[in-house]
Design a protein around this ligand. Structure first.
Ligand code: PLP
Ligand code: COI
Length: 341
């Protein structure tokens, strides 16, 4: 298989159509077989549930070329489970976990020529998504749906390499108690566009959202969970049922505890504690772990001892171990790596 002639090392985090995408339709109460297609256009009713009432959800995953030239993906079973939960909460038909994983592997295989080479710093981003395609005008779930998987080669989500990002505490809330913060609904991202555009205009890379009920606890950013490291080396991550259960964060907490032998805590993190941490990072499929240099709020600027020009030592160890597992340099815990053959 010959790779596409792309400038792999200079890709940004942007959409570029690849050769194949997976498509399946839900009609009359069942999913069809599904197929790979070259057609990148979607034709749906002008009154489709997704267009009228934003009935959509998605996932984000990556495929990697390992040091020894294999193509792999990372824990797709966890994305499949989370996707099932998103579908249920949005009254969409579940796309079964096993079929989800099978379709993801098939779509990566079909786009093998777009999986960036080892060492390029780029990866193939995989975006499974579902939307209400059938017409609705009264507020109710659509009765027809489409599930698709597109892929696109990407570079880093945050430019600037290991330089820490600047975050500010948002005046807006991301997720209501008992709302949809714990699932990957398109609507969570639509409402974050205004605050992220304002943050960028004011010179910040991302927003830190606080819990909507009390605005005292750290939740997450618009597209990643938080990790903090205390001065004595404990890895701390916010526990909340209104944040997305990040696959990357769950994996990093496992790596911290079971591979690196660090102390870990998943607990409520009050904003007043943030100034006392030694390191801060945001983690997710797109972000991997990006160091945070500062957090700005109405009370002033918190600058972390590490993160301005380099990753702190603990975040660096976590980053090296996770990417080592993903790129085949470190033996993975059982079931984490799926090879595409
Ligand atoms: N939180 C939000 C709001 C996200 O959009 C993402 C990205 O998927 C994450 C966290 C990180 O999740 P994961 O590690 O599963 O990609
Ligand atoms: C991801 O990390 O996969 C995300 O979905 C975050 C963002 C790009 C929406």
């Amino acid at each position: 298989m010959e790779k596409k002639n792309l400038d792999w090392s200079n890709l940004s985090f942007a959409y570029m159509p690849t050769d194949y995408r997976f498509v399946t339709n839900f009609k009359d109460g069942k999913w069809d077989e599904g197929e790979l297609t070259k057609d990148d256009k979607v034709v749906i009713s002008e009154c489709a549930g997704v267009l009228q009432y934003s009935q959509s959800c998605f996932e984000g995953m990556k495929a990697y070329t390992t040091e020894d030239g294999r193509i792999v993906t990372f824990r797709p079973d966890l994305n499949a489970e989370r996707f099932e939960n998103s579908c249920r909460r949005l009254e969409m038909p579940v796309y079964p976990k096993e079929k989800f994983v099978e379709a993801v592997l098939k779509t990566i295989k079909a786009n093998e020529a777009y999986v960036p080479p080892y060492g390029s710093g780029a990866t193939l981003y995989i975006r499974p998504y579902m939307f209400g395609s059938g017409p609705v005008i009264g507020v109710k779930p659509a009765d027809e749906y489409q599930f698709r998987i597109l892929t696109t080669p990407v570079g880093p989500y945050f430019k600037g390499g290991m330089k820490g990002i600047k975050i500010r505490v948002s005046d807006y809330d991301r997720a209501a108690p008992r709302g949809t913060g714990h699932i990957k609904a398109g609507l969570n991202y639509a409402m974050s566009l205004y605050p992220i555009v304002k943050a960028h205009e004011d010179g910040f890379n991302e927003n830190m959202y606080l819990d909507a009920a009390t605005r005292t606890k750290v939740e997450e950013t618009g597209g990643a969970n938080f990790l903090f490291v205390t001065k004595d080396g404990t890895v701390v991550t916010p526990k909340s049922n209104t944040i997305l259960p990040s696959v990357t964060r769950r994996s990093l907490m496992y790596v911290a505890e079971h591979i690196l032998g660090l102390k870990t805590e998943e607990r409520e993190v009050y904003f007043t504690e943030v100034k006392d941490f030694a390191e801060c990072g945001v983690c997710g499929t797109a972000a991997v772990i990006s160091p945070v240099a500062s957090v700005t709020s109405k009370d002033g600027v918190i600058e972390f001892p590490y993160g301005k020009d380099e990753m702190g030592p603990t975040i660096k160890k976590l980053y090296d171990t996770l990417t080592g597992i993903q790129m085949g340099r470190i033996d993975p815990p059982e079931g984490w790596i799926y090879e595409i053959k």
